[in-house]
Design a protein around this ligand. Structure first.
Ligand SMILES: [Ca+2]
Ligand SMILES: [Ca+2]
Ligand SMILES: [Ca+2]
Length: 189
């Protein structure tokens, strides 16, 4: 993985690390509450890992959060309302989305698993405007909504039929109704 540092005039590349077999997805957040951005990524060899940032473009420490499976996509958001960033990752091996809650200092515990997800595509956001972040997964011919109860647990799925295949999914407020409810947008391949 390479980092491109911007000095205001140009970008310079810096090698952060080499990962056997490559990596699939990454996200940035301060997961250990030291006001420095960290990198959470899916690697082929070591599964979900965190690279702890020093705030100067260097990453001193690594931690394996969950050993390798068939993880494809990850998102970071506070899913249990404690303001600490948590990890959501889709695992094609188990057809599930795993929620890893952040217990502080960059440590995570496996908290919940959403099953019967037919593809690795998912999005998160507060979809019903109740203040708790929810999950939507894109599946063949449908979108499944998993509304949060708060505290990192989810209600039974609600299904939105879809007339096409789905390759990516994002949750945003598209009609500007300003009530924090978000509309789902799917991309048809
Ligand atoms: Ca940090
Ligand atoms: Ca949290
Ligand atoms: Ca919600």
């Amino acid at each position: 993985m390479e980092l491109f540092l911007n000095d205001g005039a140009a970008f310079s590349a810096r090698l952060v690390g080499e990962f056997n077999g490559g990596s699939y997805d990454l996200a940035l957040a301060d997961v250990n509450d030291d006001a420095r951005l960290d990198v959470v990524m899916i690697t082929y060899e070591n599964g979900i890992i965190v690279l702890f940032g020093e705030g100067n473009g260097n990453f001193s420490e690594r931690a394996i959060i969950l050993p390798a499976s068939d993880f494809r996509a990850l998102r970071i958001d506070d899913m249990n309302g404690d303001r600490r960033p948590d990890i959501l990752a889709s695992d094609n091996a188990t057809r599930s989305i795993v929620l890893l809650t952040n217990s502080g200092e960059g440590k995570f515990q496996k908290w919940a698993e959403i099953h019967q997800v037919l593809s690795g595509v998912f999005a998160n956001g507060d979809l019903d405007g109740d203040g708790n972040n929810d999950v939507a997964s894109g599946e063949e011919g449908r979108i499944a909504l998993y509304l949060s109860n708060g505290k990192g647990t989810f209600q039974k799925e609600r299904i939105l039929p879809l007339g096409s295949s789905i390759y990516d999914l994002e949750a945003r407020d598209l009609d500007g109704d300003d009530d924090y409810q978000r509309d789902s947008l799917s991309f048809d391949g």
